[in-house]
Design a protein around this ligand. Structure first.
Ligand code: ATP
Ligand code: MG
Length: 365
C-alpha cells in the first residue's frame, strides 16, 4: 500500500500542507525544529489515530487553533480509499471514503504504518510496560480482534481492580461477584495471550532474519514472549489458557484482595530479546540494542505483509545518522522496492543513499 496525496491542516507547526508523495522513497531534510517529526507523526496519526509521542491529542492542534485536520488517499492492490481524521479539543472523528465511522476499530487497518525513531531503543532498554504497549499498538493495527480484546481487557481489568480495592477496604463483601469478574477477565486474557504467542512467533522469525541481514554478524537474535501466568505454554489452546489464568486467580485470591489489584494477566506480560542466548536488555551494546529495535520494526513490515498481503508504510525518524555505513546500506537494501518509506534527516551528507534510485526530496522549513 502507499499514500499518494496527503493534506495536513493546523497539525502542530504544519499550517496547511498538501503533498503528493512518491510511492517509493520520500526524504525530508531540514534543520532542527522545522517540522520533520511532526510530518511523520501526522502520517502515523492518519494511519493509527494516535501519536507515537503523546497520548494527549490536544497537543497536536496548532497553537491558537481549534482543530487539526488530516486527509490522505491510500492505494492498495485491490481498493483505494480516502481517509480523514479531524482532531478537536473535545475528541476526534474519522472518515473512510467520506463516510464517518462511529467506531475507530472500523477505521484502523485501512492504512498501516510502522514508525521507527531513536526512542524505540527503549523497547529493548525500557520497562516492560513499553513492550506491552508495543504489542497492543502493533498487533491491534493488524488484527481487529486483538484491538477489540485489548480494549475490553482494559475495561474489565479496571472494573476488577476497583472491586478488589473495595474488598480490600471492606466496602464490598460479595466474593461471587469477584468470581464473575475473574471468569470474564480470564476469558479475554486467553484471547489476548493466544494472539501474542502467534504474532510474536512470526515476529521472532522475521526479526532474526532482519537482524542477521542488517548487522552482518554471526549473532542470533531470539524474541520470546513471557506471559505473567508462568505455566502457560506456547502450545496451549485458548481454552487451556483460560483455565490456567482462572486457576491462577483462584490461587492468588487472598493476596489480590489484600493488595487491591490484579496481580497477573496480559497487563503483566513481557517480551525478552536475546543475542546468542544472552539477555540483550542487560548485556547488549547500544548499537546492538538499536539494531534489535530496528529489526523488530522491519519484522513488523513482514508480519503486516503476511497477514494482510500489503506492505505497510515505513516511517524512519532520525534513524540514518545513528547507523554506521554498512548498516545504513543494509537497511536501505532490505526495504527497497517493498515499502513506501519516509525518511527524515538534517543532512544528506554522509549517508549512503546510492541504493535508492530516485527518491523524492523535500526541504522542510
Ligand atoms: P529535529 O531535527 O530537532 O528533530 P524536527 O524538524 O523533527 O526537528 P519537529 O519536532 O517536527 O521538529 O517540530 C518541532 C516544532 O513544532 C517546534 O518548533 C515546536 O514548537 C512546534 N510545535 C510542536 N507542537 C506544536 C503545536 N501544537 N502548535 C504549533 N507548533 C508546535
Ligand atoms: Mg525530529
Amino acid at each position: 500500500m502507499y499514500l499518494d496525496h496527503f493534506v495536513a491542516q493546523n497539525y502542530r507547526n504544519l499550517k496547511n500542507i498538501d503533498i503528493n508523495f512518491d510511492p517509493n522513497v520520500n526524504i525530508f531534510i531540514g534543520k532542527n525544529a522545522q517540522g520533520k517529526t511532526n510530518l511523520l507523526e501526522a502520517i502515523y496519526f492518519l494511519a493509527l489515530t494516535r501519536s507515537h509521542r503523546t497520548s494527549s491529542d490536544k497537543e497536536l492542534i496548532a497553537f491558537g487553533k481549534d482543530y487539526a485536520n488530516l486527509m490522505g488517499h491510500v492505494h492498495k492492490s485491490q481498493v483505494n480509499s480516502d481517509l480523514r481524521v479531524l482532531i478537536t479539543k473535545k475528541g476526534k472523528k474519522v472518515w473512510v471514503n467520506r463516510v464517518e465511522q462511529a467506531k475507530v476499530s472500523k477505521y484502523i487497518g485501512q492504512l498501516n504504518a510502522i514508525l521507527f525513531s531513536p526512542e524505540d531503543l527503549e523497547l529493548i532498554k525500557g520497562a516492560p510496560a513499553l513492550r506491552r504497549r508495543f504489542m497492543d499498538q502493533e498487533f491491534g493495527q493488524i488484527n481487529p480482534e486483538y484491538l477489540y480484546f485489548a480494549s475490553k481487557y482494559r475495561q474489565v481489568l479496571f472494573q476488577r481492580n476497583n472491586y478488589l480495592k473495595q474488598l480490600a477496604k471492606g466496602e464490598a463483601h460479595d466474593l461471587v461477584f469477584l468470581d464473575v469478574l475473574s471468569d470474564q477477565l480470564a476469558g479475554i486474557a486467553a484471547e489476548i495471550v493466544v494472539r501474542r504467542f502467534k504474532f510474536l512467533n512470526y515476529l521472532s522469525r522475521f526479526a532474526s532474519d532482519a537482524y542477521t541481514h542488517i548487522s552482518s554478524a554471526d549473532e542470533v537474535l531470539t524474541v520470546t514472549y513471557h506471559p505473567s501466568v508462568v505455566d502457560i505454554k506456547a502450545t496451549d489452546s485458548t481454552e487451556d489458557i483460560y483455565h490456567k489464568v482462572l486457576a491462577n486467580y483462584k490461587r492468588s485470591k487472598n493476596n489480590e484482595i489484600r493488595k487491591g489489584t490484579t496481580l497477573s494477566g496480559p497487563h503483566r506480560d513481557d517480551i525478552e530479546f536475546k543475542l546468542d542466548g544472552k539477555d540483550a536488555h542487560l548485556y547488549g551494546s547500544q548499537g546492538q540494542q538499536r539494531t534489535i529495535a530496528l529489526s523488530i520494526k522491519l519484522a513488523e513490515i513482514q508480519l503486516v505483509h503476511q497477514l494482510t498481503d500489503e506492505y505497510p508504510l515505513l516511517l524512519l525518524d532520525d534513524v540514518m545518522s545513528e547507523l554506521d555505513h554498512s548498516r545504513q546500506s543494509a537497511l536501505l537494501n532490505y526495504i527497497h522496492g517493498k515499502t513506501q518509506t519516509f525518511i527524515t534527516t538534517t543532512d544528506l551528507e554522509g549517508i549512503s543513499w546510492e541504493i535508492i534510485k530516485q527518491p523524492k526530496i523535500y526541504r522542510i522549513q
